[in-house]
Design a protein around this ligand. Structure first.
Ligand SMILES: *[C@@H]1O[C@H](CO)[C@@H](O)[C@H](O)[C@H]1NC(C)=O
Ligand SMILES: *[C@@H]1O[C@H](CO)[C@@H](O)[C@H](O)[C@H]1NC(C)=O
Ligand SMILES: *[C@@H]1O[C@H](CO)[C@@H](O)[C@H](O)[C@H]1NC(C)=O
Length: 542
């Protein structure tokens, strides 16, 4: 039993042990009957990271209907400027998170003018000769009012991305010169405060860090602009506590650029945001292969790890967020980034980001493009919407060091539970044919609480040393599979039942199945399992 070596002599080890199989709830259970056993090892001594309790964030973008990629125009009416904010499904979908963070931004944000009655308020229009393919566009204050009514109704926490290219000139080599002109941002901020609209954070710029995407701003200049933003927030919100966060730079991680930026903003930035599009362009026909390849998924850990060590070695007090992440750039890919298969990538990203102490993770997008949590035309939730909601309901703030032995095709994460004193596991099976029977082992001491009086025979349990009550415990499991086993399906099953809206457009309840804790967790081929074990109390979760 090789795992004993891993947990060393001083540890207590529990295995949940039998050969039961949760076939009733596992749609794809063992297509060819193959089963492997494995162990989830959880170090319960201390947390390796802490996420915000409102870790889940999604974006709204500025793209007009004329935004097209590779011949398809996937944004419809999903822009901040034209989205139907009274849609009932949209309202329920956002409310369900209580709260959802929403980051407003994207490529065109740096070209947005906020209506200030000093210049005409003209919408974006397509123009191939212009930076990012569109002219400058304007946010009418009446629309800003509507958006804020929507945020208030849904309880969303809002992060607004400001127009960081204002006042600069752009050289032909893509470098922007000059300082940010904050006067237009100031007028929006003062209007917002005057109206009593609540802002969670003001973020400066979109994808201008490092080499930039189209345009770049030097770290030194960006640092002084961020200090200017923080001063502005302090001034405009002088009578308010807490004040909105100052957030920057909302771009791709580049170690040299970020290091310099952090050194020069050590007291002036609350959150450092970075963007992730690690699967390449949406036009790539091999996106699914990339998602199903564990070593490919692992690669993004380098970025998280480098950013974490850059933060740690800096004097900054800032924390890290993923400010925008859509997996595949140029609007994603239809029937991949809005289908079941994308939950493998998305939930793995949420798990991985958490282990590197990322506080918040913003998914591109809430709606719009081919990577929306909601369908762009019908507003009906895509599979990733439910994946995010389950994460939001089950994964607590303390992140536990977790590994899996048995097969490389299992991705394993664990947090302290959100609604109990126990833990929640997230297991993702990337294998198309093998059911994994996962037993759980804890490193370090723990206690088992006993809520239910149930007959117990201790035979199926190994607990070293001491007695145990595992046979008397139950856990709650949420098995996610694709309809008909089709990875490209936009319909997801929870414990074998379709997740869909009722006729009123309400988000369905997410109901668990109860499983005897002495059974291993059966993770069917191409499935995702959240398992909450309410009665195991680890030191890290006290
Ligand atoms: C949105 O839903 C409709 C109806 O189910 C479907 O035909 C369409 O393909 C979906 N759109 C996207 C972009 O997924
Ligand atoms: C499972 O994946 C393997 C490797 O990619 C492939 O060769 C095999 O045909 C697949 N089997 C099924 C049942 O889809
Ligand atoms: C769990 O399974 C064990 C062994 O089959 C049994 O003794 C025990 O009563 C079961 N516990 C519950 C809560 O059903």
């Amino acid at each position: 039993m090789g795992f004993l070596v891993l947990v060393k002599g001083f540890c207590i080890l529990v295995c949940f042990f039998t050969f039961c199989f949760l076939s009733a709830n596992s749609q794809n259970g063992g297509r060819n009957g193959a089963t492997v056993e494995g162990f989830v090892f959880i170090d319960g001594n201390s947390a390796i990271g802490r996420i915000d309790s409102d870790f889940i964030c999604a974006t709204l973008d500025w793209w007009p209907p004329e935004k097209c990629d590779y011949g398809t125009c996937s944004w419809g009416h999903a822009s901040l400027l034209n989205l139907d904010l009274n849609n009932k499904i949209l309202l329920s979908a956002v409310k369900a998170f209580s709260p959802l963070k929403i980051r407003l931004g994207g490529t065109l944000q740096d070209k947005v003018i906020y209506e200030d009655h000093k210049q005409p308020c003209i919408p974006f229009s397509k123009s191939t000769s212009e930076l990012f393919g569109f002219t400058k566009g304007c946010l009418p204050l009446s629309r800003w009012d509507e958006l804020n009514t929507f945020f208030k109704r849904t309880g969303a926490l809002v992060i607004f991305g400001l127009n960081a290219l204002t006042g600069r000139s752009i050289r032909s080599d893509g470098s922007a010169v000059g300082a940010w002109d904050s006067s237009n941002a100031e007028s929006l901020m003062r209007y917002t405060v005057g109206k009593g609209y609540s802002m969670y954070g003001w973020e400066l710029g979109n994808e201008l860090s490092g080499n930039g995407v189209g345009v770049r701003v030097s770290a030194d200049q960006y640092a002084s602009d961020t200090i200017a933003l923080q001063n502005l927030v302090q001034e405009v919100y002088s009578n308010q506590q807490p004040k909105p966060l100052t957030i920057a730079p909302g771009g791709f991680f580049d170690v040299k650029w970020f290091k310099e930026f952090m050194a020069k903003t050590s007291k002036s930035v609350d959150v450092v945001t970075h963007h992730i599009y690690n699967l390449g362009p949406g036009v790539d026909e091999h996106l699914v292969d990339k998602i199903l390849d564990p070593s490919n998924l692992d690669r993004e850990a380098n970025t998280f790890s480098e950013l974490q060590s850059t933060l740690r070695s800096s004097t900054t007090s800032a924390t890290a967020w993923v400010g925008e992440s859509g997996g595949a750039y140029n609007s994603g890919r239809n029937l991949v980034t809005n289908a079941f298969v994308f939950s493998f990538w998305y939930l793995d990203q949420l798990g991985m980001a958490s282990t590197y102490d990322t506080k918040t993770y913003c998914r591109q997008s809430l709606i719009g493009g081919n990577y929306g949590l909601l369908n762009t035309t019908t507003f009906v939730p895509n599979p990733d919407y439910y994946s995010a909601l389950l994460w939001n309901r089950l994964m607590g703030i303390n992140v536990l060091s977790t590994s899996f032995s048995g097969t490389k095709k299992i991705r394993a994460y664990a947090h302290c539970a959100k609604n109990s004193q126990g833990i929640t596991l997230l297991l993702i099976n990337l294998d198309n044919a093998t059911t994994v029977q996962a037993k759980v082992a804890f490193q370090g001491s723990f206690t088992v609480t006993q809520k239910r009086k149930i007959h117990s025979n201790g035979k199926n349990i190994i607990l070293l040393p001491g007695e145990n009550k595992i046979g008397e415990m139950e856990r709650e499991e949420y098995h996610l599979t694709a309809k008909d086993g089709d990875l490209h399906s936009q319909i997801m099953l929870l414990n074998g039942k379709i997740l869909g809206l009722n006729s009123y457009g309400d988000i369905p309840p997410l109901e668990a199945v109860t499983v005897n804790s002495s059974d291993p967790i059966a993770v069917a081929p191409f499935s995702i399992v959240f398992a909450q074990i309410p009665d195991v109390v680890l030191p890290a979760c006290k």
